[in-house]
Design a protein around this ligand. Structure first.
Ligand code: PEP
Ligand code: MN
Length: 342
């Protein structure tokens, strides 16, 4: 159920409504919007709240019938803007996150981070813990990788996004990262979602390889119902019968999510197409589709990358791509910061 307060409802009226709901054993979750407050009670479905509807300050009591509750626009009509330091994601700026698939060395990460910053990238990506299909593939530098990421942030000022692959690692990774990434393979790892839901750091939740949009939104609901409201959704391609690309980029997911949810949407063309030849086109298409940002893999020497070299842009190609994104972002009514290295 949701209780929609009147635009002119007072703090005291809101307090009285919350008190009545708490006294009945509910856990009311107020969302203070720009216009009005909406109180969500996720655990009340068939309960009779007609007396609450008559309380001063209450506009209406309505069922929250969709499967999505806290992620839905019914609960929160205005877009969520995720704040990472000074950076706002989900507002007017189109945000580019970029970096290598995995952190491999100090030199590799620092040279990438400098170029990401110089070209106008806003967030540095890099995996320290890599969930690999084969146990014999590079698994990441682990804590050493987190330390290198922290060093790159220190030098460039770029916030870092890095993946958490298991619940035990949440405290450690949360100490280093600015944005906690939940990877495609872990989108439905409910123990991990619950632990990350207790954190107060922004989360980038990636769509599972074979997950529907609805399943992704319900995974986000785990994070939000745990109390973490700083959630971004990431479309990274889904497995289909088409072998020409690693996955099939479901760009329509951007529109679908924007229609039902207030959460920012980021697209990851690198993992979607899996080949460097198609990445730039899909980055440009992501801007035009209305995404709030993209996350891209880039490497100083992709031929020597320890993971995902085939889909990583060279630093020069990344810079060229950034130049081509800006007019599209502007045409979409979005800003991008001027590159600082020019
Ligand atoms: C990644 O971003 O490095 C990654 C492993 O992506 P995904 O979880 O989407 O496969
Ligand atoms: Mn990768």
């Amino acid at each position: 159920m949701i209780i929609v307060m009147k635009e002119n409802a007072t703090v005291a009226e809101l307090g009285r409504v919350l008190k009545v709901l708490e006294d009945r054993g509910f856990k009311p979750r107020p969302n203070h919007g720009a216009q009005r407050t909406v109180i969500g009670i996720m655990d009340a479905t068939g309960d009779d709240l007609s007396d609450v509807a008559d309380m001063p300050g209450v506009d209406q009591v309505a069922p929250l019938s969709s499967k999505f509750k806290m992620v839905s626009k019914d609960f929160k009509p205005e877009p969520t803007v995720v704040q990472v330091g000074d950076l706002k994601i989900g507002g007017s700026e189109f945000v580019v996150m970029a970096g290598p698939c995995g952190v491999e060395s100090t030199d590799q990460l620092l040279s990438t981070a400098r170029q990401v910053k110089a070209s106008g990238g806003r967030v540095l990506r890099g995996g320290a813990y890599k969930p690999r299909t084969s146990p014999y593939s590079f698994q990441g530098l682990r804590e050493e990788g987190l330390k290198i990421l922290a060093m790159a942030r220190q030098e460039t000022g770029l916030p870092i996004v890095t993946e958490i692959i298991s619940p035990e690692l949440v405290p450690l990774v949360a100490r280093y990262a600015d944005i906690l990434q939940i990877g495609a393979r872990n989108m439905q790892n409910y123990a991990l979602l619950e632990d990350v839901g207790k954190e107060r750091k922004p989360v980038l939740l990636k769509r599972g390889l074979m997950s529907t949009i609805e399943e992704m939104l319900l995974a986000a609901e785990y994070l939000m119902s745990g109390g973490n409201t700083q959630v971004m959704l990431c479309e990274r391609g889904i497995r289909t019968y088409e072998p020409a690309t690693r996955n099939t980029l479901d760009l329509s997911a951007v529109s679908v999510i924007k229609r039902v949810s207030h959460l920012p949407v980021i697209v990851d063309p690198s993992h979607a197409v899996g080949h460097v030849d198609y990445v730039a086109d899909m980055c440009r298409a992501s801007v035009a589709a209305g995404a709030d940002g993209i996350i891209i893999e880039t490497h100083p020497d992709p031929s020597k990358a320890l993971s995902d070299g085939q889909q990583s842009l060279t630093l020069e190609a990344f810079d060229e791509l950034m130049v081509s994104l800006r007019p599209i972002a502007n045409a979409m009514g979005r800003t991008m910061i001027e590159p600082v290295g020019k």
